[in-house]
Design a protein around this ligand. Structure first.
Ligand SMILES: *[C@@H]1O[C@H](CO)[C@@H](O)[C@H](O)[C@H]1NC(C)=O
Ligand SMILES: *[C@@H]1O[C@H](CO)[C@@H](O)[C@H](O)[C@H]1NC(C)=O
Length: 214
C-alpha cells in the first residue's frame, strides 16, 4: 500500500513535470530554465499541429484597441506577481513562452487582451495567490493548436501578417479552428537581438488537418 501511494505520488510529479520542463528540449526556448512542453503531432511546409497538456497560468486582462498599448500594463502586472506580489512573497522563476490572447476584432475596435506566464513545474500544484486584484490564476485547457513561427519582434503588424498567412494555409485545407481569438506567443526578452522566435497559434476545433493544399 505504501509502495503504491509512493508510485502514485511519483506519477503525479512526472505528469506535472511533463507539461513544463527543462528547456534543453526545445531549441527555440533557450532563455529560461523551464518551458512549456508539447507534442508535435504533424507538420506541413506551412504550419505545425501541436498538442499541449492542460497547465496552470498566471494571467491578466487589459481592454484596449492596440496590443502595443495593452502590453505595458499586462507585462508589468505579471512581472510584479513573479517578483513577489503574491500571498507567499515568493519569487517565481520566469518561464517561456509568454502568451498573449488576441481578440479577432476590427482595427479601431476595443477588445480584451490577456497576457499569461506559464507557472514553473514547482508551482503548478499550488500557485501562490496573487495580491493584485487584476492578476488571476487560470488553467489552460488541454488543446491542439495550428502554429506558424517567425523571427524578429511581435507587433500588431507582424502578428496580423502571420495570423493572416496561417489562416490562409489552414483555410485552404478546410481546417476548423476558433475564430474568436488567436495566441501571439513570444520566447525572448525584448533585449535579445538574435535568434528571436515568435509564433501565432490558432486553437484547433474537431480533428486537426495536416495536409497541404498543393
Ligand atoms: C536540464 O537538463 C540539463 C541536461 O540534461 C541539466 O544539466 C540541467 O541541470 C537541467 N536543468 C533543470 C532546471 O532541470
Ligand atoms: C479576462 O478576459 C477573458 C476574455 O479573454 C474573460 O473570459 C475573462 O472573464 C476575463 N477575466 C477577468 C478576471 O477579467
Amino acid at each position: 500500500m505504501i509502495y503504491l501511494s509512493g508510485l502514485v505520488a511519483c506519477l503525479l510529479v512526472l505528469t506535472t513535470e511533463a507539461k513544463v520542463g527543462n528547456s534543453s528540449q526545445g531549441s527555440f526556448c533557450s532563455e529560461t530554465n523551464q518551458c512549456l512542453l508539447f507534442n508535435l503531432e504533424c507538420q506541413t511546409n506551412k504550419y505545425e499541429v501541436r498538442h499541449y497538456e492542460s497547465v496552470k497560468l498566471v494571467s491578466t486582462n487589459v481592454t484596449s484597441r492596440l496590443m502595443e498599448v495593452a502590453m505595458i500594463p499586462l507585462f508589468k502586472r505579471l512581472y510584479n506577481y513573479i517578483t513577489g506580489e503574491n500571498k507567499d512573497d515568493k519569487n517565481i522563476e520566469m518561464t517561456a513562452p509568454v502568451l498573449i490572447k488576441i481578440p479577432e476584432k476590427g482595427f479601431y475596435e476595443k477588445g480584451v487582451f490577456t497576457m499569461s506566464f506559464i507557472l514553473p513545474a514547482e508551482h503548478q500544484m499550488n500557485p501562490p495567490e496573487p495580491t493584485c486584484k487584476d492578476v488571476y490564476i487560470e488553467e489552460m485547457k488541454e488543446m491542439r493548436v495550428y502554429v506558424e513561427s517567425y523571427g524578429g519582434w511581435i507587433s500588431t503588424l507582424s502578428d496580423c501578417w502571420h495570423s493572416y498567412t496561417l489562416s490562409s494555409a489552414v483555410n485552404s485545407v478546410n481546417a476548423k479552428y476558433n475564430t474568436e481569438f488567436h495566441y501571439s506567443v513570444g520566447y525572448n526578452s525584448l533585449m535579445s537581438l538574435t535568434n528571436r522566435h515568435n509564433e501565432v497559434w490558432f486553437v484547433v476545433e474537431g480533428d486537426p488537418v495536416c495536409s497541404s493544399s498543393e
